[in-house]
Design a protein around this ligand. Structure first.
Ligand code: RP5
Length: 183
């Protein structure tokens, strides 16, 4: 059940900034701790929208059995969307997608192992028919969260409304800059 409150009500530095872990509906996973600095942007955004999530490491190469277990049990555990980040030979989103029918959003990461991230991007977007990974831009974990929220908002009026407000904030920011440039 998605809590019924609005985004932005958790202000920085409060107790509410801690990860929301009770009854998570979005799972954020990544191949390595080194991915966390990128992937934490997804968690930040979900927190803003008051969406419970869990975040953990699942490596397709170093902990392959954990990956299968995570993906196979995800729906039963109440997760509704998965956000998977990886760099280099970024097999995590694709392999997770093979083991679940939940929507999987991939975040290609420009890690030290990457050829400027192009390898990660191609690992995610070139999925065979029937097993898609919705791939966002390089290092763009925030967009992965927005896409997850959009999926959840399909049958949640509170979230749909919150997304409208979020878009208005983005628009207002641009309008303010336009005004400042006029001065
Ligand atoms: C991938 O290899 C991870 O997703 C990470 O982006 C990259 C490098 O991992 P570390 O060597 O930093 O653990 O599997």
């Amino acid at each position: 059940m998605i809590p019924d409150s609005s985004p932005g009500e958790h202000s920085a530095g409060t107790e509410n900034d801690r990860p929301v872990t009770e009854n998570p509906i979005v799972g954020i996973i990544m191949g390595s701790k080194s991915d966390l600095k990128i992937m934490s942007a997804a968690a930040d955004l979900l927190r803003q929208f008051n969406i419970p999530y869990d975040i953990t490491l699942v490596s397709p190469h170093r902990t392959p059995h954990r990956m299968v277990e995570y993906a196979e049990s995800a729906r039963k555990r109440g997760l509704r969307v998965l956000i998977c980040g990886g760099g280099g030979a970024a097999h995590l989103p694709g392999m997770v997608a093979a083991f679940t029918t939940l929507p999987v959003i991939g975040v290609p990461i420009n890690s030290t192992l990457s050829i400027q991230g192009l390898d990660s991007i191609l690992s995610m977007i070139q999925m065979p028919a029937g097993t898609p990974v919705a791939t966002v831009g390089l290092d763009n974990a925030a967009n992965a969260a927005v896409l997850a929220i959009q999926i959840l908002a399909l049958n949640n009026a509170r979230l749909a409304d919150a997304l409208e407000k979020y878009r208005t904030t983005l628009k207002d920011r641009v309008m303010r800059t336009i005004e400042e440039l006029r001065k």
